[in-house]
Design a protein around this ligand. Structure first.
Ligand SMILES: NC(=O)c1ccc[n+]([C@@H]2O[C@H](COP(=O)([O-])OP(=O)(O)OC[C@H]3O[C@@H](n4cnc5c(N)ncnc54)[C@H](O)[C@@H]3O)[C@@H](O)[C@H]2O)c1
Ligand SMILES: O=c1ccn([C@@H]2O[C@H](COP(=O)(O)OP(=O)(O)O[C@H]3O[C@H](CO)[C@@H](O)[C@H](O)[C@H]3O)[C@@H](O)[C@H]2O)c(=O)[nH]1
Length: 331
């Protein structure tokens, strides 16, 4: 059964394509290459360059490749950008997802995985956060994703389609075999930025906010290895294949690290003491986001293999180094 992976040329989607290809599954990738790269797509997959909001294009792909399952990773992902340009997020993450879901429903797709986010919880009162916690996003990014979850909930009540929404906490690291990693040009993610500072590609790193109500005043996040996350998606596909009901799973390890702790770990692993500036808060950042991952562990039997911050950082550094070599070869 062929799986359609939207956003498969991006960071997380490309790891899903690797997991599917490693399992011998046929894969079609739909990606507009707005932030992804064609060279990130595993050669065994068919890459179609286009927009998930192009309903006629998606309908044609579903019919041509007899698609029964869609894993929807395509989207815009930068929380602070969503604060300054919310309409971009409502268009790309909500409106275009509606077109994709419509094409899926009208062409007999049965299974749908959706990349959701811990940002749907906003400033949660509980920690760790379980799936039943109140949904109060504090950024347009989180709202744009929550609206898509709600569409999926309603649509799957009315049609045979079933979905699993995976609410990722902070995704980091790279394929342990070095085949993919985060390659975004203007990356804003903490571990990516810190590894770039360690490799001298940035002069310094800013810590955004040191007055949060956390032990050291910087934000706490639950960092999950991208390959463990891809395995969670593989299990979610098996779950839907076995007839599982539509549901939502948190994806994280259940442990938080502060921005200070992450930066210290990157310095330790890289052996480089790069410059760190203390800066004001960034808008849209909740103080603490830590997952309760009991539901996914119990329901899908998910047992992460790479739950180790230093291992995540080693893989991220190694990928960053390979990007540097790639650029040097191209120059
Ligand atoms: N990175 C994280 O920490 C994180 C956390 C929670 C959720 N997510 C979600 O995971 C998904 C993947 O994120 P990522 O980190 O791999 O980002 P990414 O930017 O690397 O990947 C997104 C991919 O989608 C493609 N794309 C964007 N809009 C498209 C469109 N309209 N049509 C077709 N392709 C389009 C891009 O070219 C890119 O290849 C996103 O939906 C994001 O919201 C990411
Ligand atoms: O140069 C930097 C970059 C980040 N941070 C801080 O580090 C933490 C983590 O930031 P970042 O890596 O940008 O991730 P988040 O803003 O937490 O968002 C990520 O994690 C969310 C889920 O938690 C996802 O929904 C988003 O898509 C994904 O970008 C935050 O406190 C940031 O303020 C810094 O201090 N300096």
């Amino acid at each position: 059964m062929t799986v359609l992976v939207t956003g498969g040329a991006g960071y997380i989607g490309s790891h899903m394509v690797l997991a599917l290809a490693d399992a011998g599954r046929d894969v079609v990738v739909l990606d507009d290459l707005s932030t992804g790269f064609d060279w990130m797509v595993h050669p065994a997959a068919t890459l179609i360059e286009g927009d998930v909001g192009d309903e006629a294009l998606v309908a044609g792909i579903i019919r041509k490749h007899s698609i029964k399952a869609i894993a929807h990773f395509a989207g815009s992902i930068v929380v602070p950008e969503s604060v300054t340009d919310p309409l971009k997020y409502y268009l790309n993450n909500t409106v275009r997802s509606r077109s994709l879901i419509s094409a899926a429903v009208q062409n007999g797709v049965e299974q749908f995985l959706f990349s959701s986010t811990a940002a749907v919880y906003g400033d949660a009162k509980e920690s760790p956060i379980s799936e039943g916690a109140p949904l109060n996003p504090v950024s347009p990014y989180g709202t744009s994703k929550l609206m898509t979850e709600m569409m999926l909930r309603d649509v799957t009540r009315a049609h045979p389609l079933r979905f699993v929404a995976l609410r990722y906490f902070n995704v980091a690291g790279a394929d342990p075999k070095g085949r993919s990693g985060q390659s975004t040009r203007q990356a804003t993610h903490l571990i990516k930025v810190a590894t770039q500072a360690a490799l001298g590609e940035r002069s310094h790193i800013d810590i955004f906010g040191t007055d949060y109500p956390t032990p050291d005043g910087t934000c706490l996040r639950d960092y999950i290895h991208v390959s463990d996350l891809a395995q969670a998606h593989m299990l979610a596909l098996d779950y839907l294949d076995a007839g599982g009901n539509s549901t939502v799973f948190n994806c994280g390890y259940g442990r938080g690290y502060s921005v200070h702790e992450v930066i210290e770990a990157v310095k330790r692993v890289s052996g480089v003491d790069f410059t760190v500036n203390l800066s004001p808060r960034r808008s849209g950042d909740p103080a603490t986001l830590i997952a309760s991952a009991d539901r996914i562990r119990e329901t899908l039997n998910w047992s992460p293999q790479l739950d180790d911050l230093e291992e995540i950082i080693r893989h991220a550094l190694s990928w960053e180094n390979s990007l540097r070599l790639r650029r040097a070869e191209a120059a």
